[in-house]
Design a binder for this molecule. Structure first.
Ligand SMILES: Cc1cc2nc3c(=O)[nH]c(=O)nc-3n(C[C@H](O)[C@H](O)[C@H](O)COP(=O)(O)O)c2cc1C
Length: 363
């Protein structure tokens, strides 16, 4: 089997497994531990609410990005095109799935070339940091970034996933060097993104020292790639169950990276407008959502994606009204009540920690 056939098979499996199997973390994101305080007198009309947000130089109608999922197979191309049309119509961001297959196989280009369908909105590329180690500036800039007209490139970190993949990498050296090189060399901003295990304060600090300005925490609580790869390999040695819950919950990761001076995208288990609101209260600039969009597409096609997005935005607006916040940036300044399970993840001195009200809890 050639490399691109292996990659195509994996992409097909990921879409099928994520759409049909129970691969969510059993434990949550801890976003329910972010207590937003009800404002009974918001002094706002519905029409005053303004969800628009600037993200990586693009003005979006709401702080929402469809997170990286796929590309490179005929089904993936159809899915990406539907996502691109919805993203453009509603001016939200769209991130492509890993573009590695574009370098392996000319026929894979199709599902990634979406600028004709999404000429104006935010479009982000995607590549594994592990795979990027072996790629030159020219390969990435000239063969992935330029043809797709990308506004930024997500470099994903996925150690847990690679370890559970039969064909996965086992060597995670030189990733920092690769990230620094690409931040320096690429013509577009680099967003360093996890894939469901979150980013700690220590890793956030290391990334900041490498010059990374954008982080996507992709924390635990949504799709578990240990679960996905375990289903895929039909592995029954118990290791999948042991590590299924591995990772930093999304809310915990947001607390950890707050105050590092990075722009943060919150993702991993974001499903509702209230989740987005809580993530913004933890200083995220925007939220990323992956599997819920896939499920909506598999159920009702492009109109399902559109309907789900509509519910997300409406939920965000309701939560903005109920907290008396007219804009997403107002949400980023509010104080909130910290639940006992999130408390151990707060780092003193960060903006979110300073705004967290910590009730006396007896446990
Ligand atoms: C079908 C599928 C494929 C994915 N492929 C990629 C990928 O190629 N690159 C990447 O960085 N993340 C990938 N992810 C991870 C998501 O971008 C996201 O970080 C993760 O699923 C958590 O978000 P969720 O809980 O909203 O699904 C994929 C997720 C899904 C569901």
């Amino acid at each position: 089997m050639t490399q691109h056939h292996v990659t195509e098979d994996r992409k097909r499996d990921h879409l099928d497994i994520c759409a049909t199997q129970d691969v969510a973390f059993r434990a949550g994101t801890l976003l329910d531990q972010v207590g937003l305080v009800h404002d009974a007198i918001p002094e706002l009309a519905w029409s005053d609410l303004d969800t628009s947000t600037e993200l990586l130089g693009k003005r979006l109608s709401a702080p929402i990005v469809i997170s990286s999922m796929t590309g490179g197979t005929p089904e993936a191309a159809r899915f990406n095109r539907a996502l691109a049309r919805v993203a453009e119509r509603h001016r939200i961001g769209l991130a492509l799935g890993s573009q590695r297959i574009m370098l392996e196989h000319d026929g894979a280009q199709d599902g990634f070339l979406l600028r004709d369908l999404a000429p104006t909105t935010l479009l982000l590329g995607n590549l594994g940091a592990v795979q990027a180690r072996r790629l030159s500036r020219e390969e990435i800039a000239d063969r992935l970034v330029a043809p797709c007209g990308l506004d930024g490139l997500c470099l994903h970190l996925n150690v847990a996933q690679e370890l559970f993949q039969a064909e996965g990498d086992r060597d995670f050296r030189d990733l920092e060097m690769t990230i620094r090189r690409l931040v320096d060399e690429l013509p577009v901003p680099v967003i360093v993104k996890e894939t469901g295990c979150g980013i700690s304060r220590d890793v956030g600090e290391r990334l900041r020292r490498l010059g990374v300005a954008w982080l996507d925490v992709a924390g635990a609580g949504g799709t578990s790639f240990v679960a996905v790869e375990t289903v895929r390999r039909q592995r029954d040695d118990g290791l999948g169950a042991t590590f299924r819950e591995w990772g930093i919950p999304t809310a915990a990761s947001l607390c950890q990276v707050s105050g590092l001076g990075a722009h943060v995208i919150a993702s991993g288990g974001i499903e509702t407008g209230l989740d987005i609101t809580r993530a913004l209260a933890l200083d995220a600039t925007a939220a990323g959502v992956a599997r819920p969009f896939l499920k909506a597409y598999r159920q009702h096609g492009e109109s399902g994606v559109e309907a789900y997005l509509g519910t997300l935005v409406e939920g965000l607006k309701i939560a903005m009204m109920l907290t008396g916040c007219r804009t997403p940036s107002a949400l980023r300044g509010i104080s909130w009540v910290c639940g006992a399970d999130l408390l151990p993840w707060l780092e003193g001195g960060t903006p979110v920690a300073n705004r967290a009200r910590i009730p006396q809890v007896s446990r």
